[in-house]
Ligand binder design. Structure first.
Ligand code: NAP
Length: 253
């Protein structure tokens, strides 16, 4: 059987105290990577993820910090690399929504989402790249969204930030490809999370309407996003860079 082995590698997953980020962190740890667990506010949630990883025999480190703040992002990347010994994998997952129709959206709603989702992707990448260049190895994955490809009413700020993460990945992929560093994006569709998430806010009628647009006939799971990320960060995906992989049950096919 072929399995992906990340032992000896170090990963940083931003926003991994819950949801999709937590599933990605657990998946990378299960494959053998030591993982930096980043979050902004909820230390208890991060500790729970770390406990789970350690109970399964993996290694995880708590690296709190706002990834959209320059000094914090630098510290989060440096602490992960210093304490765990190197940095092979960066997953830019931290993200927020502030949904409103554009004619009611104020500049604050815009700035907050663009700052966390796009600046918060640029900064950790900016600080990780020199370490990866020195190692002549690296894997970066931005967690975008199908909304960044197709748009969605009420999410102009979010869609712009998610499309931005795709452009960012493409540009940086071209800058660092010769150094054995790949930069890709994944675009999840409707993902059902334990704590509810976006799909938890839908009533039965809305759920039915959404599902009628998904050929697979069901929502995706955080684990299904995590397994796609695991492939993209693995040595097996060495010739894939600047790409966006949709994980949406066929919705945008
Ligand atoms: P979530 O459950 O709301 O979790 C967000 C995570 O990001 C939390 O760990 C949060 O930590 C952290 N975070 C927020 N702002 C941060 C900041 N400035 N610095 C560091 N950490 C920060 O989110 P999710 O639904 O799993 O989504 C994760 C990613 O997948 C997002 O980029 C989202 O756009 C994308 N996505 C989600 C879906 C979906 O259906 N859920 C679909 C497509 C794409 P604290 O709580 O401590 O702040």
């Amino acid at each position: 059987m072929y399995t992906i082995d990340l032992s000896g590698q170090v990963a940083l997953v931003t926003g991994s105290s819950r949801g999709i980020g937590a599933a990605i962190a657990k998946e990378l740890a299960a494959a053998g990577a030591s993982v930096g667990i980043n979050y902004r506010t909820n230390a208890n949630a991060a500790d729970q993820v770390i406990d789970e990883i350690r109970a399964a025999g993996g290694e995880a480190l708590r690296v709190p910090g706002d990834v959209s703040d320059e000094n914090s992002a630098d510290a989060v990347v440096k602490t992960t690399a210093d304490r765990l010994g190197r940095l092979d994998i960066l997953v830019n997952n931290a993200g927020i929504t502030r949904d409103r129709l554009v004619m009611r959206m104020n500049a604050e709603d815009w700035d907050e989402v663009l700052t966390v989702n796009l600046r918060g992707t640029f900064l950790p990448t900016r600080f990780a790249i020199p370490l990866m260049v020195r190692q002549r190895y690296g894997r970066i994955v931005n967690i975008s969204s199908v909304v960044g490809l197709s748009g969605n009413p009420g999410q102009a700020n979010y869609a712009a930030s998610k499309a931005g993460q795709i452009g960012l990945a493409k540009a940086i992929a071209r800058e660092v490809a010769s150094r054995n560093i790949t930069v890709n994006a994944v675009a999840p569709g409707f993902i059902e999370l334990d704590g509810g998430g976006m799909t938890g806010e839908l009533n039965d009628e809305q759920r039915g309407q959404v599902l009628s647009r998904v050929p697979a006939g069901r929502f995706g799971s955080a684990e299904e996003v995590a397994s796609a990320v695991l492939y993209l960060v693995s040595p097996a995906a060495s010739y894939i860079t600047g790409q966006t992989l949709t994980i949406d049950g066929g919705m945008t096919a």
